[in-house]
Design a binder for this molecule. Sequence first.
Ligand SMILES: Cc1cc2nc3c(=O)[nH]c(=O)nc-3n(C[C@H](O)[C@H](O)[C@H](O)COP(=O)(O)OP(=O)(O)OC[C@H]3O[C@@H](n4cnc5c(N)ncnc54)[C@H](O)[C@@H]3O)c2cc1C
Length: 294
Amino acid sequence: MNLFADLGEFCRPNVPLGPMTWFQIGGPAEWLVEPRNEEDLAVVVHRCREAGMPLRVLGLGANVLVGDGGVRGAVVRLSAAHFQRIEIHGERVTAGAGAHLTKLVKNTASCGLAGLEVLAGIPGTVGGGVRMNCGGKYGDLASSVESVCLLSGRGGVREKTRGEMGFSYRHSEIGEDVVVSATFALKSSDAKTVQERFREIWKFKAETQPPLEDCSAGCIFKNPKDGPSAGKLIDELGLKGTREGGAEVSAIHANFVVTQRGAKASDVVRLIERVEEQVYARAGVRLQREVQIW
Ligand SMILES: Cc1cc2nc3c(=O)[nH]c(=O)nc-3n(C[C@H](O)[C@H](O)[C@H](O)COP(=O)(O)OP(=O)(O)OC[C@H]3O[C@@H](n4cnc5c(N)ncnc54)[C@H](O)[C@@H]3O)c2cc1C
């Protein structure tokens, strides 16, 4: 049975996902869904739930590795203009879940609004950023969030305050819900100062990580609660440069896996497993994955 027979305008079967992820690898989605608005999205979410069809949301795929065999069910991308809007009202900024973080960060910095510049150099969308609570040593996305609009499995949209989002390090408690938009509470400041801070953070990342254009998913592992960072642990074990097929532990930052043309998702998975085994065997630490493997 074709669940989306009447939704051909925004539901396409068998669409390759590789080009839609930062790694640029992986197989197709059984269905790629690009809703025009919340109503389209609600219909798809509701039908998937009723039929027991898996549904995933893909942002810019900057933290996702799609398996070589692709994914069963529906993959939703909030790429329509409606989901990319950015509205600035004084110190309050609302962005659709499909808005690109870098655009949002640059726009708010140029308006002299401070808070989001700490996310300089992090690729992704607002939806993926909320789900992952992206951030780094300068701060995280959650710190600027006022509220988030979520579409639940039952198809209804609900607004949650930051306190209700269960944010913690690279984590939020949204479960199966789809982020539709987020509102940020920023601080009026001097545009030049905020932009300067943005450039400093961007420069720091450019100097300490593989180039943004490389095929990767950022940090593969979360940092352990105590002790050295995941990157330091991997580096100290001499694992930089370790390879499996077309995948390699970056020589620049040991918590990044970078791939070469022709690499398979299975190469990346094998390399991740090898690093996990080595770190556990030699340092006694069980690393937790930050990358989402589909
Ligand atoms: C070069 C590079 C550098 C990076 N540096 C950092 C860094 O410094 N700090 C950091 O935290 N991360 C970093 N990352 C990882 C990545 O940028 C973040 O995790 C980012 O938030 C992912 O956003 P995305 O839109 O690409 O989400 P995706 O990678 O597409 O998805 C990530 C997760 O979010 C879910 N998701 C996406 N959109 C929605 C939505 N609308 N509703 C519900 N769930 C959704 C997906 O289902 C998936 O589980 C880096 C990645 C790269 C490639």
